[in-house]
Design a protein around this ligand. Structure first.
Ligand code: ADP
Ligand code: SR1
Ligand code: MG
Ligand code: MG
Ligand code: MG
Length: 417
């Protein structure tokens, strides 16, 4: 069987694992007694070890046959490591400055070995909680998303190549089904895995479960998630999947990768920035402390969309006719090309807002919450932040068709009290 040689690594077993693989051992240098090993996994799903040697370092990530944050009661295929490695390599080729290099993949062991993003790299979510400004974040994330999404779509590729990719990633079905449940289904019904700050948000969670318009909108988004194979997504692009410094932005953890709607990636990033915005009052140690920082977050939301749109359209302008979606002889005038681009980008904008809203809602009343809000110790303050975020997200989910540019969305965020 494919997985017959799988065993779960720990720090002791890892030393033997690396000793037996000269290409890995040589990267660390010295002898095994000189290696420092630390398990640092703080995500929901996998084991992550940092290995440091006299000569070099790497990160080794191993998928477990279950969801780590739930336990063995929720089995999950270790094949996700294969999809993660495949996306890291493909996105790394398309956006080389924004994805860690993969050094080694061991399929039966579900092990990916990659570049250690050394300090001062920090998980973006943690940087946002500290109130750190990242001046290049919008520029870098718009580069990453424009390049990976454009170049894996039918705007760049033949339908033949596209269908091969879709077929390959359609096997990442268990990960897609997890997302279907935890984002598009469970927050809208009574489910034992849901949680929220109680009793403060009891009525809010209940009113979501009774909100027919929200249910119709989330059904549309779920259908899009399941049916629209638009591009090869990262598919878990929240601020916990991005590591940053003042000059570097790196996207990690694409184990949910599959061909889905582009707005699912764009919305993940924008929605998680909005969650950070609404959490900031809970982190202020005095009145007004985070006001300037909140404006920077809003500016980053605006710039990310605007730069993404500009870069995506520039790639499209440079590549008319390379993909099968808009054949050059059909789309043969500036007029028709402009119309095609306007229609494409307005659908993508709408999708991004919808998925952003869905991702905010699931982080407040679903199974998996975010540190931005969870780390607010004063429960009253936390509940107020959560209610504002949830109210904005519900509004965006239902009324997003009223918004035609990102500036209007930013004004709506600012008007929530
Ligand atoms: P999970 O799939 O369980 O969420 P992640 O890939 O997000 O796992 O990794 C969990 C944590 O491990 C990250 O939050 C980060 O702190 C650390 N980490 C993961 N990959 C790297 C890397 N390449 N360099 C440095 N730290 C990393
Ligand atoms: C059980 S839900 C766990 C969540 O963590 C991952 O990073 C994904 O966001 C998933 O939805
Ligand atoms: Mg993660
Ligand atoms: Mg993950
Ligand atoms: Mg999310």
């Amino acid at each position: 069987a494919l997985h017959s040689s799988f065993y779960q690594l720990d720090e002791a077993l890892l030393v033997d694992y690396v000793k037996a693989r000269p290409n890995l051992a040589q990267r660390l240098g010295g002898t095994h007694t000189e290696w420092k090993i630390k398990e640092v996994g703080d995500g929901n799903l996998n084991l992550v070890f940092i290995l440091l040697g006299p000569k070099g370092s790497f990160v080794l990530k191993q998928a477990l046959p279950y969801v780590r944050c739930v336990g063995e009661s929720w089995p999950m295929t270790i094949e996700r490591a294969y999809f993660e490695t495949t996306v890291l390599r493909e996105h790394g080729r398309l956006a080389p400055g924004h994805v860690p290099e993969v050094y080694h993949f061991d399929h039966p062991m579900a092990v990916t070995v990659m570049r250690y993003l050394e300090p001062p790299h920090i998980i973006l979510r943690k940087g946002l909680i500290r109130g750190t400004v990242y001046p290049l974040l919008a520029q870098h994330m718009s580069d990453y998303m424009a390049s990976t999404l454009f170049h894996t779509s039918l705007l760049a590729n033949s339908t033949l190549k596209h269908r091969e990719g879709v077929a390959q990633f359609s096997r990442n079905v268990e990960m897609c089904r997890l997302t279907e449940e935890v984002i598009f289904t469970n927050p809208y019904r009574v489910d034992a895995s849901n949680r929220w700050t109680s009793p403060h948000l009891d009525a809010d969670a209940q009113s979501l479960r009774e909100d027919s318009r929200a249910k119709i909108e989330i059904a549309g988004l779920k259908a899009k998630f399941c049916e629209r194979s638009q591009a090869l997504l990262h598919a878990d692009l929240h601020t916990g999947s991005i590591m940053v410094t003042q000059t570097s932005t790196q996207c990690i953890d694409p184990e949910f990768g599959f061909y889905g709607p582009m707005g699912f990636d764009v919305g993940a990033f924008l929605g998680n920035l909005a969650l950070s915005f609404f959490s900031q009052d809970g982190h202020a140690t005095f009145e007004g402390e985070r006001e300037g920082y909140k404006l920077w977050i809003l500016k980053t939301i605006g710039e990310t969309w605007q730069l993404f749109e500009r870069k995506f359209l520039a790639l499209w302008d440079q590549n008319w006719g390379s993909g099968d979606a808009y054949v050059g002889e059909v789309y043969n005038s500036k007029e028709v090309r402009d119309l095609a681009q306007i229609a494409y980008m307005s659908e993508l904008f709408q999708d991004s807002l919808g998925f952003a809203a869905a991702k905010m809602i699931r982080r407040i009343v679903g199974i998996a919450h975010v540190e931005d809000l969870e780390s607010i110790e004063d429960v009253e303050k936390r509940a107020t932040c959560e209610q504002r975020a949830l109210n904005f997200a519900k509004h965006l989910l239902k009324e997003r068709s009223q918004y035609s540019d990102i500036g209007q969305v930013i004004s709506a965020i600012q008007s929530i009290h």
